[in-house]
Design a protein around this ligand. Structure first.
Ligand SMILES: [Zn+2]
Ligand SMILES: [Zn+2]
Length: 235
């Protein structure tokens, strides 16, 4: 069947409604999209200091070099969107989430990989295979598929892999326990492809950053030059 006809039939059988206002045609109408809060500028995720280029300040830097995050996770509509995306499997919401990141980048053109994408590579934070089977897709990969051509930065799904199944980080309260929970969970394949590259780790939400720091640590051990984090939301 031709894709357009298929789309028409699906729309007829399962009409889409905006998750926020109920307007027909899409899961998020443009009016509600514009209401989602955006951070005014990049900031150090550890001390809150504003840094226009998105680097993490020298005092707080561990393995991650920079962190770019578009919106506060406390935004109610954004949370609803991310939940629908991840737990009700509304895969096409990846477009709205990628566009939020893009909107933030356009408002902050000093961010290094936005200004000059050369030598950067996007690696989505991988899911454990068991979780991937359950959800049917990796939310970071879906966002990356939209974002990668827009930023002109390639994405590689098979370099950073997850070897251990862990408790979800949101279920752990204590920072040290979180760090312990993610220790040794990543595996790097084909490390020749990341040598001297600048990596962007992509995920939907960052909470404690322990997962991103652990991935950055492993990548730096294998010869990566710089590791950045990029997320839609920051908890
Ligand atoms: Zn709406
Ligand atoms: Zn800081």
């Amino acid at each position: 069947m031709c894709p357009m006809l298929r789309e028409l039939i699906l729309d007829f059988l399962y009409p889409k409604f905006c998750l926020s206002c109920g307007k027909e045609k899409s899961y998020l109408c443009s009016n509600c999209f514009s209401k989602i809060k955006i951070f005014p500028a990049p900031f150090c995720p550890y001390c809150g200091k504003r840094l226009p280029e998105g680097k993490i300040c020298k005092n707080c830097q561990k393995s991650l070099f920079g962190l770019i995050t578009a919106s506060p996770y406390s935004d109610e509509l954004l949370r609803k969107l991310i939940d629908a995306f991840k737990y009700n499997f509304v895969k096409e919401l990846s477009t709205s989430l990628a566009f939020l990141i893009l909107k933030f980048l356009k408002q902050n053109p000093e961010i290094e990989f936005f200004k000059n994408p050369l030598n950067f590579l996007i690696l989505p934070i991988p899911l454990h295979p068991r979780r991937l089977r359950w959800r049917g897709f990796n939310q970071a990969v879906e966002i990356g598929k939209i974002l990668s051509p827009l930023l002109k930065i390639p994405m590689e799904e098979n370099i950073l892999l997850r070897k251990k199944h862990t408790k979800p980080q949101v279920k752990i309260k204590n920072r040290e326990e979180k760090e312990e929970n993610v220790k040794g969970i990543f595996l790097v394949k084909n490390s020749s492809e990341i040598k001297n590259k600048k990596i962007i780790l992509l995920d939907d939400v960052a909470t404690s950053l322990s997962t991103m720091e652990e991935a950055a640590r492993v990548l730096k051990e294998r010869g990566t030059k710089e590791v950045w984090g990029l997320t839609v939301a920051k908890g």
